[in-house]
Ligand binder design. Structure first.
Ligand SMILES: [Zn+2]
Length: 261
């Protein structure tokens, strides 16, 4: 802590000690500072853009700590078998996935910061093809985007998710076996990697639409080579979906929920 008897100096001292790194660039000091502000994502973004050194520290420590702080169970499940704590696509991409709703159809429903997303592996199971139910997939609740000037009652639901060890997953095997082609125009909004359209590969299970409260055929999602999922669906207005309510009543005890901003 700063000694209160000293005046705060805003000007840079004329003679800086010439150590290899300043105190603030020390990884452990930075870790303590960020711990005290609960790994605030806006501050991490700001700090990571200051210099290459800060960017490297963010890549090495801060993004991962943010993910672990935000969703400890999900972070552990995703990185569990790797003792070095690496995950496919990196922690920065996962942090973005946790906090950023990508929107849909590019400009009509722009992406935005989403601090209260809830991810669940129970939800994830509804998105896995029948033969791939052994895979571990976390999926968020759909973020509702109002139709702009469309006049319709339906809202666009935007959702996202992430596989554990996608390289070794049954879902990927299935895509490869079917010789599904990578999309030409769509990229993963989280890691920039190439994506498969699950709709084009005919691997969207009916249970996914039921889970989301979407009509059949109004649902599309993509999975990237690193196992990040993003998709959109047309949500049926709440009043007409009463018979689907039993889905919400299900005991969701193995989900990894997080609701705090
Ligand atoms: Zn990705």
């Amino acid at each position: 802590m700063m000694n209160s008897s000293r005046p705060v100096r805003f000007k840079q001292p004329s003679r800086l000690p010439s150590f290899g790194e300043t105190v603030i660039e020390n990884e452990q000091v930075l870790t303590l500072v960020f711990e005290s502000i609960s790994w605030d994502i806006h501050t991490i973004c700001a700090v990571a853009s200051v210099s290459r050194r800060f960017w490297a520290i963010a890549r090495r420590v801060l993004w991962r700590s943010l993910c672990v702080h935000r969703a400890p169970g999900m972070a552990a499940a995703l990185s569990g078998s790797d003792p070095s704590g690496r995950i496919d696509g990196g922690w920065q991409a996962l942090a973005k996935l946790m906090f950023f709703c990508g929107g849909g159809e590019s400009t009509r429903w722009p992406g935005h910061f989403a601090s209260e997303s809830r991810f669940s592996k129970t939800s994830g199971r509804f998105f896995l093809p029948k033969n791939c139910r052994g895979d571990l997939l976390y999926v968020s609740d759909p973020c509702e985007h109002e139709a702009v000037g469309g006049g319709g009652e339906e809202h666009l639901g935007v959702f996202r998710g992430v596989f554990r060890e996608f390289m070794r997953s049954k879902t990927r095997q299935c895509l490869v076996r079917r010789q599904a082609e990578l999309e030409e125009k769509v990229r993963c909004p989280y890691c920039g990697g190439r994506v498969w359209s699950m709709k084009a590969a005919r691997l969207v299970p009916k249970s996914a639409a039921r889970r989301l409260g979407s009509r059949d055929g109004g649902l599309e999602f993509y999975v990237c080579v690193n196992g990040h999922l993003h998709g959109t669906c047309w949500l049926i207005p709440l009043s007409s979906d009463e018979e689907e309510r039993d889905f919400d009543g299900e005991e969701d005890d193995d989900s990894d929920d997080f609701l705090r901003g």
